[in-house]
Design a protein around this ligand. Structure first.
Ligand code: SF4
Length: 206
């Protein structure tokens, strides 16, 4: 009920007037309100803005496959962005824009409140922008991935954004992300089969 009340409050938010005029709708978040695992991303893209759900475009489909590889479904976890409205772009400009620090600062109280209500046991920050928004850290994901940080007492693991994986589909990178997710599975804990432990490994080390 608290999450639903927050969703309704957020739906009419106009704290960022320029984003409120550009967006189709606020993309609040999706998933299990009692999730033990929360994925935090950057901001809605065009598809997310149209459908009102985070991570539904190509990067979202990859995230879904990552979640399923962990033995879970999207409905088991919670998925939200640090920015709830699509960053505006000049008319006709394709692609997406990184949120500004001011936009992140303005919107972050909503994600903090979501996390406070859901109280996940582990947070995965997807990409450098989500990591910066949540922790203020500006070091790259390559430097910080692979070990847990802390977000208000909750273990937070940074890893690469799925869209980065789509643009750099190397087996080494996939394995790095998978090793991060294995750390999350160990932390929760979730059962891990030998097959899961070996994902993206056999071909990388023939
Ligand atoms: S980005 Fe966040 S704070 Fe800004 S208008 Fe949208 S919901 Fe409100």
């Amino acid at each position: 009920m608290r999450l639903q009340a927050l969703r309704e409050k957020t739906a009419g938010c106009r704290r960022c007037a320029h984003l409120a005029s550009f967006r189709s709708q606020v993309v609040f978040g999706v998933g299990n309100p009692h999730a033990r695992l929360l994925f935090a991303g950057e901001a809605p893209g065009a598809e997310e803005d149209r459908l009102g759900e985070p991570f539904v475009g190509p990067a979202g489909k990859l995230l879904t496959r990552m979640i399923q590889a962990m033995g879970l479904e999207r409905e088991d976890v919670y998925i939200a962005n640090i920015l709830k409205c699509r960053p505006d772009l000049p008319p006709g400009t394709p692609g997406n824009r990184r949120p500004t620090p001011e936009e992140m600062e303005t919107c972050l109280p909503y994600l903090r409140e979501q996390i406070g209500i859901i109280q996940p046991e582990v947070i995965v920050a997807l990409g450098a922008t989500a990591l910066e928004g949540l922790t203020g850290l500006r070091k790259g994901i390559s430097t910080l991935r692979g070990s847990f940080l802390d977000f208000q007492g909750i273990p937070l693991l940074p890893t690469f954004h799925p869209s980065y994986l789509l643009h750099n589909p190397s087996l080494k990178l996939k394995r790095q992300v998978w090793e991060d997710l294995l750390l999350v599975m160990e932390r929760l804990p979730l059962p891990i089969s030998d097959r899961q432990r070996g994902f993206f490994l056999t071909k990388a080390q023939p």
